[in-house]
Design a protein around this ligand. Structure first.
Ligand code: 3Y8
Ligand code: NAP
Length: 243
């Protein structure tokens, strides 16, 4: 009997949920609970961590899950690691619905860095106007470079004081559009953008706007995740489920 756990939180996971609902597949959509009011989904939703690998295994067994689709963000590496370990332990089939990394095109001025520390170093010492478009969870990595003026974009208003002295936050949930991001970059006199190489369409607008404005981008490589079966399209996932 097919029963699917969809690890979500991305644009692709929303599309996957729609495909599963339309096909009448018995599935549950899982959010980590990072935001105050996550977007509704056409599937039953659960919110919050499972409690590590052991908690995930217990959930898979208690809920009779037969298949897990990991459609989390490429930077949600801990969840992806837990999914590989938990599904192996519980004997549950796993596939990752993963988007391609962004590739630089004509006119892009990208500097690839391996991690957050690399991004801080790439900004250099001289104070700059920086669009730090990495969300909320990793801002403290930039506390060592307080000389820059940071524009932040957060999903929810910050509850704690920001760890950066010269930071201004705009509150917005993507997906974003090029016109809006171009205006944001110009209005805030942005000189450089720092972003994660998330891939996908939901966060790409700032890169297109940067190209149009001739602005440099510091792009953080994805963290490594363990080997697992990977699908690039919804169709591949649906075929795997039918297999
Ligand atoms: C809670 C669910 C959908 C999914 C939309 C995608 C696109 C818009 C772009 C910028 C970059 C960033 C951030 C971003 C984008 C989509 C997608 C994506 C980047 C929501 C959502 C949840 C989250 C969590 C949140 C993180 C943060 C990261 C903001 C919902 C809106 C920067 C990633 O405050 C916090 O704790 C926020 C944390 C993880 C990264 C971080 O470290 O701060 N996403 N984002 C999910 C859960 O609870 O399981 O609230 O509806 C989903 C989306 N955010 O259904 O349309 O698919 O990537 N999300 C990055 O790419 O760098 C914004 O501003 O340009
Ligand atoms: P993470 O660091 O990989 O995971 C940390 C812990 O959060 C996990 O061990 C798990 O807790 C819990 N968790 C993560 N995703 C979950 C999910 N979908 N359902 C239930 N529990 C989940 O995760 P993250 O980077 O904070 O991302 C959290 C969520 O935001 C994910 O849904 C992800 O798709 C979405 N998102 C993240 C980014 C990003 O930049 N990281 C961008 C866009 C969207 P337990 O160990 O207790 O099970």
């Amino acid at each position: 009997m097919t029963r699917v756990l969809l690890l979500g939180g991305t644009t692709e996971a929303g599309r996957m949920a729609r495909a599963l609902a339309d096909a009448g597949v018995d599935a549950v959509y899982s959010y980590a609970g990072r935001t105050e009011a996550p977007v509704a989904q056409p599937l039953p939703v659960r919110v919050g961590g499972f409690g590590g690998v052991a908690g995930l295994v217990a959930y898979l067994r208690a809920e009779g899950i037969s298949h897990v689709i990991d459609a989390t963000h490429p930077f949600a590496a801990q969840m992806s690691r837990n999914a590989v370990e938990g599904c192996a332990a519980a004997g549950v089939a796993l596939i990752a619905l993963e988007r391609e990394p962004w590739q630089a095109g004509e006119g892009d001025r990208w500097t690839h860095v391996p991690d957050l520390a690399g991004a801080v170093a790439a900004l250099g010492e001289a104070p700059r106007w920086v669009f730090l478009a990495i969300g909320r969870q990793n801002l403290s990595a930039f506390a060592g470079a307080p000389q820059h003026h940071y524009l932040l974009r957060l999903v929810d208003p910050p509850t704690d004081p920001l760890p950066l002295p010269r930071a201004e936050a705009v509150i917005a949930r993507g997906p974003f559009d090029v016109a809006g991001d171009r205006a944001l970059l110009k209005d805030h006199r942005i000189e450089v953008i720092v972003a994660k190489n998330a891939g996908g369409a939901g966060a790409e607008a700032k890169l297109v706007a940067a190209r149009e404005l001739g602005l440099p981008v510091v792009l953080i490589d994805r963290p490594l995740v363990p080997e697992r079966r990977v699908a690039r399209t919804l169709g591949e996932v649906m075929a795997w489920l039918d297999g």
